[in-house]
Design a protein around this ligand. Sequence first.
Ligand code: TRP
Length: 463
Amino acid sequence: MAVQQQTGKRAHWGSKMGFILAAAGSAVGLGNIWKFPYVTGENGGGLFVIICVACVFLVGIPIMAAEILIGRRGQGSPITAYENLRGNKSLWKLLGWVGVVAGFIILSYYVVVAGWTLDYLFKAITGAFWAVETDQIPPMFDTLYASAFWNVLWMVVFMAFTIGVVIGGVQAGIERWNGVLMPGLFLMLIGLLIYATTLDGFGEAMRFVFYPDLSRFKGTSSVLAAVGQAFFSLSLGMGAMLTYGSYLKKDSDILRSAAIISVLDIIVALMAACILFPVIFTFGFEPSAGPGLVFKTLPVIFAQLPGGQLVAIVFFLLLIFAAVTSSVSLLEVVGSTVMERLGWGRRPAVLASGLVIAIFGLLSALSGSTLSGVKLLGDRSIFDSFDFLAAELMLPLGGIGIAVFAGWVLQKKETKDEFDQGSKSPQLFPFWRVLVQFVAPAAVALVFVQTILSLFSGSDVVH
Ligand code: TRP
């Protein structure tokens, strides 16, 4: 197996900016624009947002830097990287395996949600929301979810596009597409934000999102939800940042990159909240509507807004851009693993990975229709079970593993050496190391224990 010797010819990002955009593209996704606003709504706004930001700084940035560091030091996709660092027989390889399996599972349902955004863009373009009475708009989502045909079709279309990008390779595929889609995403966000400031509900929304109101706060479950949200949103815990880090040149500053990527991720999440809540408050909807916020509530509002069709098209396009750059990073983890472990070329490896994941994704795509009677974990549908298993069990577990590996298993000298290469602030090393050794793993362990407990008590952690 050509595992150890690929160091010299390993692909690299073309520029530092290329890496930042690609990694930010991985982080910024449905987690920011679809999930963050509705989880914020469910958890009462203000204080929850502040805790999320704190989580990003105390847990997110340190672990992201750890992942990038492991990838750049280990020169490989997850399994190979741990093997390169601690040998063939090391049990740490298992951490790589957990990551690849988590990536496989996440991508298999992520493409289904991404498929819904395609369907909604299509509806916005064809004017479907304007052709019916507004009370018929929310049920459109239930109809879509219950349609085997449309779920599978859109999933396949989205997966085909993801495969197309990843097959292009690190520079000509991933970096190039992110270089177009990410600036496009920012432009659209800014446009929508300006639009949102003109709405009557803008002031009330700002107060909801930024003012810490203790009376609306839900306590411990919200703290845990914030850690979980930070993890998923920053693409941490399964080796996506590790794999992207393995393509990073030695002259890049790891901690600084992790900080920039994470701050971009928060900014986008906050912008999404500042776009959605003004719309919601202006039209008197409930901020705590849950996962249906984007697909059920928003189109009702778009249908009544002046110029709503254009806003709707831009909004769903935005979601699609965000979803593509994230799904690409998930497929790259699985695809590059197949390349390295089986010695395959990029094209067959990515094509085969994408196909197998799409076939597996049929389970999620059909979980609202053909397979709607099937319940897996607890009382969860197939779709919810995969989300729970990967995002709430495997990612935190992987995150703890990554922190422990970077903080305790790698020698301090080894870590310091890698950290310092390209670093403009080597004096931050001890500070970062304390966060990775103690603060981050402890905080994540807390979430993990809580998640396990909720499995037994049968109640759900708020996410
Ligand atoms: N971060 C992305 C989002 O917010 C999703 C994602 C991409 C992800 N790659 C990941 C989540 C790796 C966890 C692990 O939508």
